[in-house]
Design a protein around this ligand. Sequence first.
Ligand code: GLU
Length: 513
Amino acid sequence: MEREVRVRFAPSPTGPLHIGGVRTALYNYLLARKLGGKMLLRIEDTDQNRFVPGAEQYIMDSLRWCGIVIDEGIEQGGPHAPYRQSERKPMYRQYAQQLIDSGHAYYAFDTPEELDAMRARLQAAKVPNPQYNSITRAQMRNSLTLPEDEVKQLLDSDTPYVIRLKVPRKEEIRFNDLIRGWVVVHSSAVDDKVLMKSDGMPTYHLANIVDDHLMEITHVIRGEEWLPSAPLHVLLYRYLGWESTMPQFAHLPLLLKPDGTGKLSKRDGDKLGFPVFPLEFHGTDADGQPTVSSGYRESGYLPEAFINFLAFLGWNPGTQQELFTMDELIEHFSIDRVSKSPARFDQNKVRWYNEQYLRAKPDAELAQYLIHDLEAQGLNVPTDKAVQIAGLVKERATFPADLAKEAQLFFERPTSYDEQVISKKWNAQVATGLAAFAQELPTSSDVTPDGIKALLTRVMEQQGIKLGQVLQALRVAVTGAAAGPDLMAIISILGPQETAERIEAAVSKLAVA
Ligand code: GLU
């Protein structure tokens, strides 16, 4: 029988979730949904020194904002609860014991000083990367080198110890990565990793493998930084007798800074001028002072745009289509099309995505942002007018807050006039023509943009002025600015009376040569 596809996102709550982590969660989610499987959220909090309060909640809130739906996790529960590793502590010990009993792991009693001395000795002997491994373990104080009764006595007297994996000396470890193909590592490059710490807590490696097995995970999709750990994980599956159900690995390409000079890190944050976190995060710095890191949500990004953008950082559908809803991503996603090479973060692209999604929203929905922001300025706008304005100014907006900025011209009369346009286009004839248009406007029966255009054309014909000569001057008279949304639409929304008064004010303020 085919196994049900089960994937997990397994963050450590050591701080806010970085966009690289969101991408990992997204690809897991897309695969789970595509293959009709389950998406788990497991909190890997065995390293209590690195625990950051609020990070766990932050992770869940971020995934929710992104529309990544978790099937099993600490909030949802599920058949393999608990989903927080600190609550699973008693479950790991027996597997470490199983490895000891089968000769694949051992007790190591070395003190921190002894470990330092070993490293110093190896460094002096010009060993480039001193490790506790299949060679050096022979000189250390562990259950492989000490007599059996001494080991027993040390254990009985509660001497602190760790449990280490006994990595074979000469063996090829191979596995087939879904993105990278065959990965072959020689065991001499793998050290005897600690599986259980002296405080009785499992390390990441042991807890991760035990949980992936017990939770029946079929695919491990994670960042490339975990690739070096994968051979060790393969050994653990083998020695625990779980090789036949070992998950398939897929290590995702790195996310690079925009200029390609290295990994985009949590610390890059606001330094680079764009958020690296989905939601704003309130934390503390090394001195305990409060810090705020900006988030996509608070910066005005729409979750659909953010997700669409992230999906393309390392994956592409193989077609020209760039806009994908979550459902479309699910339909088109495949691990085969995830790239091996690193993906560069592109700030302009994420803005572009936001523009596309913002402008595709119904005007009535955009009007709600507008009404909200204008209200905050003490301006009450009727809904039908807000809908008209939103529909007009959205082409100039990247973020929802831009709508209210672009809408200011409807609520404030110009206080100055674009000097370049005035010096080139404003003259006595134009001023007279515009004054005549202002006179006619309030009597006009058709105040649609087309109706206004027709009126303007007629008045200018009577005045003997070409339309092209007055349009820019008219725009500056009405809005003050040289550029902006469609002028006839602006006038239509402003209404004949207000427009006429603005033109008259300009005519009286602007001197003619
Ligand atoms: N807890 C690890 C992390 O923080 C999980 C790595 C994995 O997916 O195996 O990324």
